[in-house]
Design a binder for this molecule. Sequence first.
Ligand SMILES: Nc1ncnc2c1ncn2[C@@H]1O[C@H](COP(=O)(O)OP(=O)(O)OP(=O)(O)O)[C@@H](O)[C@H]1O
Ligand SMILES: [Mg+2]
Length: 217
Amino acid sequence: MFIFEKSPKSVAAEAYRALKTNIQYSSFDKEYKTIVITSSNPGEGKSTTAGNLALTLAEGEAKVLLVDCDMRKPSVHKNFRITNTYGISDILLQKKKVTEVAYSYNKNLSIITAGKVPPNPAEMLASKAMTAFLKEMKDHFDYIVLDTPPVQAVADAQILSTKTDGTLVVVRAGVTKKDEVKNTINTLNKINANIIGTILHAVDNTRNKYQYYYGNE
Ligand SMILES: Nc1ncnc2c1ncn2[C@@H]1O[C@H](COP(=O)(O)OP(=O)(O)OP(=O)(O)O)[C@@H](O)[C@H]1O
Ligand SMILES: [Mg+2]
């Protein structure tokens, strides 16, 4: 279960609300409607962050769509305990419509799981069908949060970063190395990704096990 659902008054939930405020107000010229969540390596907290952020953004009036774009190691369906019979891969292959696949998790949050794992996830995410999907979803949702694989492993997150408004880089406290964060930021900068900031995930201290840091550096 997500910390944001389990303990909505916790410091961690408050940190997610602060992140939400930053996303809402950090850009004067441009709205962050489509947001990629990625990190350098596996297991750094991307999917946890994507889930909590989607729940937080959906807390008020905004309509939010969470999409599991990690077709290599899908986990959104497990974290939300929903079916993964069909998902984004089926939509991109034009086998299913969004309305047939999207799961209504609560009043404001819809979820599209990964679906069947295709042989060529990067190609699928790079497709015109994906660009068209994101464009269409922007008409129906205020925020679209994309969970993705790690930047250092495959190109999927980079590909999506070129098609979206902003990218959040998750850094796992005490685990992700400084150079790895630098490399990831460099890789994303090279393709002109709009990096919203980094999130320090899973800070362990006695007062608060979960803590997040938001910033541009
Ligand atoms: N704040 C936290 N404190 C301790 N453990 C955590 C915390 N957040 C997540 N975890 C655990 O760390 C593991 C990795 O988290 P998560 O699945 O969010 O990472 P990921 O970056 O999406 O991983 P992958 O690269 O495999 O997709 C999970 O087993 C999760 O339960
Ligand atoms: Mg994940």
